[in-house]
Design a protein around this ligand. Sequence first.
Ligand SMILES: NC(=O)c1ccc[n+]([C@@H]2O[C@H](COP(=O)([O-])OP(=O)(O)OC[C@H]3O[C@@H](n4cnc5c(N)ncnc54)[C@H](OP(=O)(O)O)[C@@H]3O)[C@@H](O)[C@H]2O)c1
Length: 261
Amino acid sequence: MVQIDLSGKTALVTGASMGLGLAMARRFAASGANVAILARGAEALEEARHAIEAEGGGAVEAIACDVTDRQALDAAFARAEARFGQVDILVNNAGSSLRKPIDEITHDEILADFDLKLMAAIRLIQLAVPGMKARRDGRIINVSAVVGKAPGGGAVPTALSRAAGLSLTRTLSQELAPWNIRVNALCVGKIKSGQWERRYAASGKGQSYEEFLRPVAETVPMGRLGEAEEFANAACFLVSDAASYITGAALNVDGGLSPVA
Ligand SMILES: NC(=O)c1ccc[n+]([C@@H]2O[C@H](COP(=O)([O-])OP(=O)(O)OC[C@H]3O[C@@H](n4cnc5c(N)ncnc54)[C@H](OP(=O)(O)O)[C@@H]3O)[C@@H](O)[C@H]2O)c1
């Protein structure tokens, strides 16, 4: 493992009670950062806090919050700043999977997807940027998906909100570069997380988790789903000084799945 030192930094990670968000929060804390973890479900969030604290490293603040609730999001950010003084690293990760045929999806479902995956990220960036500008140091990751670059059929609304998130990443990387604020995206392919565990549980088939995942794994050139820790390693690199000249990138973490680099 490449050793990365984030001590003295504070990271705020949304969607951090499980899956990729939890893996990132763990990795950041293990690298010395204090972490504010956000998700709606308070119980899972507390479990996540205990799991991170048990591994040592940076301190953890668990903040139950629906990121689509603007007032709750503002209060959550204020709480993270009050606890740790500043937010140096922001990871917009909260998300869920929604794909429906265009003649079945409702207008409200499309708006809700944009609220979750785009507008919440914009709001948090607006909250974090003034402090980052003042310190002339900031590291932002927008978690996206390979479908944002290469949509297939039936990918509304995810492909749309993800493409918008990639555009947000590009435009802000240009706008904020003079303040040494780096803005990058990570495009997820298929990585083991709570999402996949819930799909397995809902499948009701009498097969093992690995058997359930096998047909999915066969669609990936590397022949397997990614591990959340592999994703967290990429995130940890991007927010570290080791990536000090990287901004505006949209890095696929997908085992070769995406046809678009
Ligand atoms: N894993 C994959 O293969 C894959 C593929 C493509 C994209 N992604 C993207 O990667 C990101 C992480 O997903 P994951 O796979 O790790 O999923 P996951 O295991 O289901 O975790 C999602 C996290 O987001 C939180 N969350 C969901 N809605 C929220 C809301 N409104 N406010 C605050 N927190 C919220 C969840 O907690 P609560 O439900 O308690 O709020 C949970 O902590 C998501 O943006 C997802 O769309 C993942």
